[in-house]
Design a binder for this molecule. Sequence first.
Ligand code: HEM
Ligand code: HEM
Length: 400
Amino acid sequence: MPADTALTNTETRYGLVARSLHWLVALLIFANVPLGLIASDLPYDTSEALARKAWLFSLHKTIGLTLLALALLRILWALSQPHPVAVHPEKRLETFLAALVHWLLYSALIILPLSGWVEHAALDGFAPILWPFGQGLPFVPKSEALAAIAGAIHWLFTKILLVTVALHVLGALKHALIDRDGILARMTRGTPAGTPGVRGAKTGPALLAALIVIAAGFGAGMLGASRPQAPAASAPASTATATGNWQVQEGKLTFSLAQMGQSVEGSFAGWTADIAFDQATGTGKVTVQIDTASLHLAAVTEQAKAPEFFDVAAFPTATFKADITPAGETFTAAGTLTLRGVEKPVTLPFTLRIDGDTAIMTGETRLDRRDYGMGPSYPDEATVGFPVTVKIALTAKRQP
Ligand code: HEM
Ligand code: HEM
């Protein structure tokens, strides 16, 4: 029998628009779920592997957002149309289950891409969405905690989606192969089925049951995401061993680099600065010791701590020892940075504002990760850039 080409629904059939959207969405779901699973499982131990993983994630996110647009279109269309009646209104439990599964499918089609999008927008860098409209979301702050919650919800709803799609497909097959009624043909060829005006069970209880499953999904997602918090990006530097005449009260040691062409910012929560500075001559000495394990770098902290980069297990401390000299209105700290056991000369220009016994210092310098043997498996800049901008800002108090 030829397929029905009428565009709109009636009480007994799905029109061509509803059917086309149903099968297009189904096709993209069957592509995007494996893509998400494969991309999550891929290794990222070399530049090529990371580029492949990022490309698959970019594709996953882009198809996911296409699905979101299609799902919204589909829901708006469904709202503008008569909803075909249940084919077996007398089978109340079956009708209830079918409606529950449909509500869950529609909900997952919205919640999944939105949670993925929020997770993406709350984190810096890695695997951009393949579109020109920017990567952030207006009301989503950069926040690891928010990303963890959105990620947990995304993960959980992929499981809810998989179970409901499985039930949905099994149901469709049962109707086609065992009951041999017209339900599958109603969605494939648009053949009418059911009796106009005979609706059967009310949809309210199915919607309520779907809302309970969704609320449980959100609750479980939030609980699942309540793992220990990442260290704060800015922590007071301790000066327990300081011998200098200035004591650091608070400070921030951050660095930024390009990852997949986008800037990501990292920080060290644990570091000490021993500063001896003579205000009259503008000269002095500084020793900064950095606890490399206190490193935090957006979504890739663990990768940055691994032997490939900071190798924090083998090299727990990085040290910058320098002499301070005046340079016009500003100053320079020129000395040696020892990182991963490699010693290299580094010059840090900085500005200093001294107000009574308080000094505010800000400085910035540029390093090249290759000088310290970082990222040998990432020999080009496609995934991890070579230059790293290091910034330090601190407030110190003069010691009596
Ligand atoms: C209907 C659309 C979508 C479906 C069906 C879907 C499905 C999946 C699946 C099955 C996974 C693997 C989960 C696992 O490891 O078990 C996944 C992971 C992921 N998806 Fe999606 N996704 C969709 C949309 C999106 C969108 C729009 C984005 C971002 C803009 C996104 C971002 C991610 C991310 C970042 C992960 C990795 C999660 C993590 O490891 O934290 N997804 N997705
Ligand atoms: C091989 C896969 C699939 C088959 C055989 C299938 C089959 C069907 C059939 C026969 C119906 C009509 C039920 C009726 O007339 O009462 C239907 C409706 C529906 N399907 Fe699927 N489906 C599949 C995949 C999917 C997927 C992946 C999704 C979404 C993630 C989905 C979402 C829906 C929704 C929301 C409805 C209800 C439409 C409405 O009445 O508004 N389906 N499906």
